[in-house]
Write a protein of this length. Structure first.
Length: 158
């Protein structure tokens, strides 16, 4: 019996079967120069929870913030300034994260009162209600949903 045969002999345990992979989430990761200040902005202005930081004491190199099941990761890169790509994209805009939610109207009212809405809530031609927020680092988040709600500006069907 060759050495290779002995490695694969019947007495050797069969390779473990692994469960099929299941994607649990995709998490946008934003580079920022001050993780602590940015994480607190998300908490205070948008209602996110700071759920993880490293190291434990500031200055943090990493923080994870969550709004319900939606998560963003913040990574420190000293001196980083996000490039403004709006001019290259024009009226189509540049989005860094799209957050789907039920109750987008109520959420809009809550954050609008905190002065962070940069594009107001409106019904889009593809059906979603959306508004935009720009964080202090220049990242643009779009909050959208409630497609089934009618647009009062469109009038009632007649």
């Amino acid at each position: 019996m060759s050495q290779e045969d002995s490695v694969h002999s019947a007495s050797a345990p069969a390779p473990a079967k692994h469960a099929e992979p299941v994607v649990r989430s995709v998490v946008p990761t934003f580079l920022v120069s001050d993780v602590g200040t940015t994480a607190r902005w998300y908490a205070e202005r948008l209602g996110f929870r700071i759920v993880g930081t490293f190291p434990e004491a500031e200055p943090w190199g990493y923080a994870s913030v969550m709004l319900g099941p939606a998560e963003l990761m913040l990574l420190r890169l000293d001196g980083y300034e996000k490039p403004d790509l709006a001019a290259r994209r024009g009226a189509a805009g540049v989005w860094d994260a799209y957050v789907r939610l039920d109750g987008v109207h109520a959420f809009h009212e809550r954050v609008r009162a905190r002065g962070v809405v940069t594009v107001p809530l409106r019904k889009q031609p593809y059906g979603d209600w959306e508004f935009e927020v720009r964080d202090p680092n220049g990242y643009v988040l779009v909050f959208g949903g409630d497609a089934a709600l009618p647009d009062p500006a469109a009038g009632s069907p007649g």
